[in-house]
Design a protein around this ligand. Structure first.
Ligand code: ARG
Length: 476
């Protein structure tokens, strides 16, 4: 068996692990992306070690210079990551020690257990901010598309059956609301990510007089009032991944929202609906059928929600049987967390770009929204305004709908074609119930119908304009 010799085994071990063992246990292939945050953590830890007298000024300066030089080398793509050194922490420490003898003092009072917890928190904190930016971008794209088509009406659906008319913008704003809750959840998660675990050691802190508050301040682990946020139990701190679970849960719900939006887009872009047209650059063709234009971005957004939900379940399952404290199982957290973060960020960004390049077919939307059956409930409300109990009004309008279906001139087969609701005469309406008056058919004036829906949150003309203005202001 070919032997390797990682630094963590020095002293206690006779030789390095076999190559297959090293390959099975390494994490450098996926945790190297934590390098920036690992170095930030080391810089803060070194500054603190100098303050408490573990490092001289000269040693501290040399370590800081060394870490910055390594950072430049990584940025330039010239750093040789060594799988034999297992993970990002040991790769960076080994390189530092090679350059700077005092590097051997850097790990004083620190374990990879509190170090990896720190790196993940630092990384996720940045990631959440980036994701929030993308979500705001998608919200803006939705609001802009709604505002650009502010007078477009479409049928609102329940059970995927045409139900009542709504402004297209109202439908889009539903997603803006969902996304806003996602932002709130992510900010809430951020407050628990933003707690410094460094100083917890392997599991039991340190006998050295480390200054945890200083490290927390240097790394920005402070609340809105500038108060340093420190983990309060060393055993919890090294084994806690709740913050990663919370992020993956928030990401999963975001992915579900993106998937629902994607499904609407896919339906709208179909010939059957034909409500929207996505720009060519945001669709793909078929290798066989020359006429095809497929909404692949939306389909992938829908499809990718599966892995984001899966990542959450994988993390929960990973944690559920772990005894205290750190166990190597925890190394399996990273790929799930990274994948959820990467997937929702890219999906959010691409959905926004697609919507910015989408046009609305006003004619098809108007034709679909003009189906007078969508205003059957308005007709019942008309009767309610005349004093009829709603249950009775519902029954009466049901009979009117049935009459309309039976009426109309017979076609060449002899079957009655049915009449649109708004084409029934006053006499026909009154044959069902005497409460109908001359004004009854005015109910079917779509424009007027939309001015009547002005409860907070309703799809009325004024209310939707108000909501669009509110969101424009909030997102500006
Ligand atoms: N690569 C490890 C992880 O991701 C770092 C911590 C290793 N700690 C240890 N005691 N082996 O979890």
């Amino acid at each position: 068996m070919k032997k390797t010799s990682p630094v963590s085994r020095s002293g206690r071990f006779a030789g390095g692990p076999g190559a297959d063992v090293a390959q099975f246990t390494e994490s450098i292939s996926f945790d190297q992306r934590l390098w920036r945050h690992d170095i930030l953590g080391s810089l803060a830890h070194a500054a603190m070690l100098q303050k408490i007298g573990v490092l001289t000024r000269a040693e501290h300066a040399a370590i800081a210079r060394g870490l910055k030089a390594i950072a430049r080398k990584i940025e330039d793509g010239k750093f040789q990551w060594q799988p034999a050194l297992e993970d990002v922490h040991m790769n960076l420490e080994a390189e530092l020690t090679r350059r700077v003898p005092a590097g051997a003092k850097l790990h004083t009072g620190r374990s990879r257990n509190d170090q990896v917890a720190l790196d993940l928190r630092l990384w996720l904190r940045d990631e959440i901010v980036l994701l929030l930016g993308e979500i705001a971008g998608l919200q803006r794209a939705l609001v802009t598309l709604g505002a650009k088509n502010s007078d477009v009406l479409i049928p609102g659906y329940t059970h995927l059956q045409r139900a009542q008319p709504v402004y297209f913008a109202h439908h889009l704003l539903a997603y803006v609301e969902m996304l806003e809750r996602d932002c709130e959840r992510l900010w809430d998660c951020h407050s628990r990510v933003n707690v410094c675990p460094l100083g917890s050691g392997a599991l039991a802190g340190s006998t050295l007089p480390l200054n945890r508050v200083l490290v927390a301040k240097l790394l920005g682990f402070v609340d809105a009032n500038g108060k340093p946020q420190l983990t309060q139990n060393s055993m919890d701190a090294v084994s806690d991944r709740d913050f990663a679970v919370e992020f993956c849960a928030a990401a999963a719900l975001l992915a579900v929202h993106l998937s629902r939006l994607a499904e609407d887009v896919i339906l709208w872009a179909s010939a059957e609906f034909n409500f929207i047209k996505i720009a060519d650059a945001y669709t793909t063709g078929s290798s066989l059928m020359p006429q095809k234009k497929n909404p692949d971005i939306a389909e992938l957004a829908r499809g990718k929600s599966g892995r984001v939900i899966g990542n959450l379940v994988a993390l929960l399952t990973l944690l559920k049987g772990l005894p205290m404290t750190y166990n190597r199982d925890l190394q399996e957290d990273k790929e799930r967390l990274f994948d959820s973060a990467d997937t929702v960020r890219a999906t959010t960004r691409l959905m926004a770009a697609m919507l910015r390049n989408t046009k609305v077919n006003h004619q098809t939307c108007l034709a679909a929204a003009s189906d007078p059956a969508l205003l059957a409930t308005d007709l019942a409300d008309y009767l309610v305004r005349k004093g009829m109990p709603f249950r009775k009004a519902h029954h009466v309008v049901g009979a009117v709908v049935a009459l309309a279906e039976k009426s109309g001139s017979p076609s060449h087969t002899g079957a009655k074609a049915g009449k649109p609701l708004n084409k029934l005469s006053l006499a026909e309406l009154q044959s069902v119930d005497k409460s109908f008056g001359r004004d009854a058919r005015g109910v079917f004036d779509l424009k007027r119908a939309m001015t009547r829906r002005n409860l907070t949150g309703a799809p009325g003309t004024k209310e939707v304009a108000k909501q669009l203005a509110r969101w424009r202001q909030l997102l500006s």
